[in-house]
Ligand binder design. Structure first.
Ligand code: HEC
Ligand code: HEC
Length: 404
């Protein structure tokens, strides 16, 4: 055999070997477990680089951070004076004990008493439930951040259905929402005016708004939103073992957590849970069953049953999970993914057909094979060092946090 023929024979062998390896790999990937095609072929998966949260928080041009503004925002956040019956504060449903979320499937605002799972309605004919699970406020300063670390705080996406942009805009919405903070005290149109009038009557607030914003009449709704946003921009938890690992400390994560991180990428969780917040901030139809407590079903974004991908940071503090608190723990969430929106065992897709489910969900590999690793990896995304300070008093003299 001359040199040339030997070379081409070798390269043919290499090509054949590569081809067969590739087809084995793609079979295994399509099948999600590589054990002979017992499951349906899977859809697409996307790959993204892993990235960590920035150390600094960006602020919008029209609301720069200042210590006095942040202090004011903290007091307003804890003060039930901004609710109709003066019993509900932002902190009622976003409490540091529960990672600035709430240990309750769907929220109880007006007419409720108690904190977290102890909260219940206390009147005979109460205002209905808030239809969704309270989201954590930790790191909402970074909402919308993409895998390259770019984000714009002035247009940051908010809520499970992405219906608001920026912390400043979001902050005024619970105040005017009937079930959350308004109740029967005033109409939707009068809500902000009534709350502002109350704040103007309190000398301590007048002085703090003047210090924070200046101008002839600083106590206005816009500045109320700005102060609340400025405070929330300080609720940062960006020093998890994962963040430290990604910034170079390879001892920050255990070997099993590193394997979980790999599985998270290989299985395809990262198709939707990507970027530094582990969210693409896009809507996806997963088919999580509705919450039976709701009289009117929640059909998500434009009645498509889609909800925004949530962040996976700090899940240790924010159970229960999903837009309606349907799952009490992360084992249940993984079991849900194991069925990939129905699958052979069927039954978790809330009347949706399989075709209506997100192709990226249908394309998922099998989380069942890596359950321990995935749970350990999710644990590496918790940062315990966030601000848990509860003010001893608020300027209205009411109970900080409301009736909790
Ligand atoms: C009665 C409970 C309740 C009260 C009171 C409440 N919230 Fe919420 N909050 C929720 C729920 C539930 C959601 C999710 C709602 C949705 O997506 O439709 C939410 C969502 C948010 C979000 C969006 C987070 C994200 O990642 O998109 C922010 C920010 C927020 N709340 C801040 C506040 C502020 C500031 C106040 C006080 C002015 C407040 N909340 C009062 C229950 C409450
Ligand atoms: C198709 C996109 C997509 C894929 C793939 C995906 N998720 Fe999700 N994830 C979502 C969306 C959307 C929600 C919220 C669904 C809802 O509330 O109805 C969610 C919710 C969650 C929650 C609950 C978080 C909370 O705060 O309530 C966890 C935990 C989670 N996913 C982990 C994973 C893991 C682990 C994988 C891989 C096995 C995965 N996800 C794959 C989009 C996705």
């Amino acid at each position: 055999m001359n040199m040339k023929r030997r070379l081409s024979a070798t390269s043919l062998l290499v090509v054949m070997l590569t081809l067969s390896l590739a087809s084995i790999a793609s079979l295994a990937q399509r099948d999600g477990r590589g054990d002979g095609g017992r499951r349906e072929p899977r859809g697409p998966r996307l790959s993204f680089p892993l990235s960590t949260l920035p150390l600094e928080v960006a602020e919008p041009a029209n609301n720069t951070q200042s210590p006095v503004k942040i202090d004011l925002g903290r007091l307003l956040f804890w003060d039930p004076i901004i609710s109709g019956n003066e019993e509900v504060a932002c902190a009622t449903c976003h409490h540091p004990e529960y990672g600035y979320a709430e240990d309750l499937d769907i929220s109880i605002g007006v007419d409720g008493a108690g904190l977290g799972h102890r909260r219940q309605f206390v009147t005979a004919d109460p205002i209905p439930f808030v239809k969704r699970n309270s989201q954590t406020l930790l790191n909402t300063a970074f909402n919308g951040i993409d895998p390259s670390g770019n984000y714009d705080p002035a247009s940051a996406p908010m809520f499970w259905d992405l219906r608001a942009e920026s912390l400043e805009t979001q902050a005024l919405i619970p105040i005017i929402t009937f079930e959350e903070m308004r109740g029967h005290a005033y109409s939707e149109d009068d809500a902000l005016g009534s709350v502002v009038a109350r704040l103007r009557e309190i000398p301590e607030y007048r002085a703090m708004f003047a210090n924070a914003f200046g101008g002839a009449q600083p106590v206005i709704a816009e500045n109320l939103g700005r102060a609340l946003a400025a405070f929330q921009r300080t609720l940062i938890a960006n020093d998890s073992p994962y963040d430290r690992y990604m910034r170079g400390d390879k001892s920050a994560m255990t070997a099993i957590q590193v394997r979980g991180m790999q599985a998270f990428q290989d299985i395809g969780c990262i198709s939707c849970h990507n970027g530094p917040m582990f969210s693409d901030y896009k809507p996806h139809v997963l088919g999580v069953r509705g919450n039976r407590k709701l009289a009117v079903p929640d059909e998500g974004i434009e009645a498509t049953h889609a909800f925004r991908t949530p962040s996976l940071r700090n899940l240790a503090y924010t159970a229960p999970y999903m837009h309606n608190g349907r799952f009490d723990d992360l084992d249940d969430v993984l079991e849900f993914y194991d069925r990939r929106g129905g699958g052979r065992r069927g039954g978790n897709r809330d009347g949706l057909t399989r075709d209506q489910l997100d192709p990226l969900l249908r394309g998922l590999g099998d989380p069942d094979d890596f359950e321990t690793e995935l749970l350990e990896f999710l644990d590496a995304l918790n940062d315990d060092s966030f601000d848990r300070k509860v003010p001893e008093r608020v300027p209205s003299g009411l109970n900080p946090g409301g009736r909790i």
